[in-house]
Write a protein that binds this ligand. Sequence first.
Ligand code: ATP
Ligand code: MG
Length: 572
Amino acid sequence: MRLSQAFLPTLKEDPADAELVSHKLMIRAGMMRKHAAGIYSLLPLGWRVTRKVAQIVREEMDRAGAQEVLLPVLMPAELWQESGRWQNIGKELFRQRDRGDRDYVLGPTHEEAVTDIVRNHVRSYRDLPQNLYQIGVKFRDEVRPRFGLMRAREFIMKDAYSFHVDDTSLADTYEQMREAYTRIFTRCGLHFTMVEADSGAIGGDVNHEFMVTADSGESQVFASACGYAASSERAAFAWTPRPAEPEASREERSTPDQRTVEEVAAFLGVGPDRLLKSLLFYAGEEPLLAVIPGDRELNEAKLAQQVGGAPLRLATAGEIEAITGGPLGFTGPVGLAGKIRMIGDTTLQEGRNYVTGGNKRDVHLLNVRLGRDATIEERADLVTAKEGDQCPRCGEVMQVSRGIEVGHIFKLGCKYSEAMGAHYLDAEGKEHPIVMGCYGIGVTRIVAAAIEQSNDANGIIWPMPIAPYHVHIVPVNAKEPTTRETAEALYAALTEASLEVLFDDRDERPGTKFKDADLIGVPLRVTIGEKGLAEGIVELRDRRTGVVDRVPVGEASDAVRTRVEAALRTSS
Ligand code: ATP
Ligand code: MG
């Protein structure tokens, strides 16, 4: 591509609304433009990179035996009502009405559509397993669309869905997908880890996320040397019970205006771990009280998992008063058994004397003993792991790092097949629900993640396999005849050799050209200048290392080819 003809609008200044380096650089390098929050057009450079990522994904999915399809973005609401997600997803789901007042969904994923096809065409165990995937546009009305393509409202995902007779067959495909994902992210030139994850509104229990390591990542990862790795939504931790305490009688204490754990602990002169934090939620229509240690944070993903994935919201002050009889800040489990579903964190102990809200204004209770003063039978891990926590497997202190989630694989089980009636007949003619798995990759998020992981003060540094071009030719002075001829000849030779070449044939100052080249980030640059040519050489510059090799003009084409091919090979 000749830069003089390219639609490649680079900018000198960072866009005002961009926080992440990848977002800034994608705008500045002319890869994309914004229309509204979370809605972008990909310009030629951005689309080239996206297509390269998609092609790697496609090759590896095909290699793993999955078959590509294209499912509709616009889907009838009935399918979503059948699966229950019309009710469960809430505001993140883009809903649409047609001229006949029928409801539709703009797909955030495609379990419903693909299950609808499979239930109509798979009859027997002989038709299984199947693994269907697509690479297409998804819509999600994110609460906070931000960071450019990282969290957009319209984005490109690869989503695959597998169908099986049983868990063993699902486990085989899950393993194949795990391997395919590892190959995909490796080939894209990314540093990543696979972690145990939360399954959110999609459902199912066993699942893993692939996290690209980056300090700017929205996800927190807990990992230890034994190989345990989990996202903060899921991470468990080892805990040792504290010694039992002598029983003491329950006391009411006046705590005027002391509402938060910090306030009450300071007021009473006790540690926050002495307190119970009681939080009133609604899971759909059902109110429930989550009770956790005062020195811990409630993990909403874990709570949602415990209540079957129903959308959660914190109760309002009015609702708290109506249910507990006390105002916000003074809630506790005493007296609520039988009135409301109570779930206690697994680390709560019967043998301790806790401080809790008294369900009365300005009152806390001291020496509350679980089992004696309040019975909480339902227990679950409800809290978020924190810095310094020990690994649930090996007991070592876990490392905490940040990551960008680029892929997610789930064992779905029969959630969708049961809800939507997707069955098969076994060899004896008996009917069973089809066992499912699903596997997502954020294709456009990978583009942003790759930049987040690989850039410097001057711009992007592309890994060769997803670089928009393999090589960038910069004639220092495009008007000077020898320079021009040499550059044109090299451009022709490399293009002829099927390399992807960006050729800066513009009549611009060398400084401007070098700046643009660094910003765009093509891995290899060939600089052709009068001085070098007088000595019979051109310069090959590595974008990542900055190392410059002087190469005889006649060998330039071969040298570039060798280096590009080597860089492509090492990553595949
Ligand atoms: P997140 O926790 O980041 O919201 P998710 O759990 O909702 O992600 P999935 O439903 O598993 O994501 O979707 C599969 C993949 O699609 C994710 O791993 C991610 O790479 C990508 N993805 C999800 N939401 C977005 C978004 N708003 N913008 C861009 N990519 C996204
Ligand atoms: Mg999400």
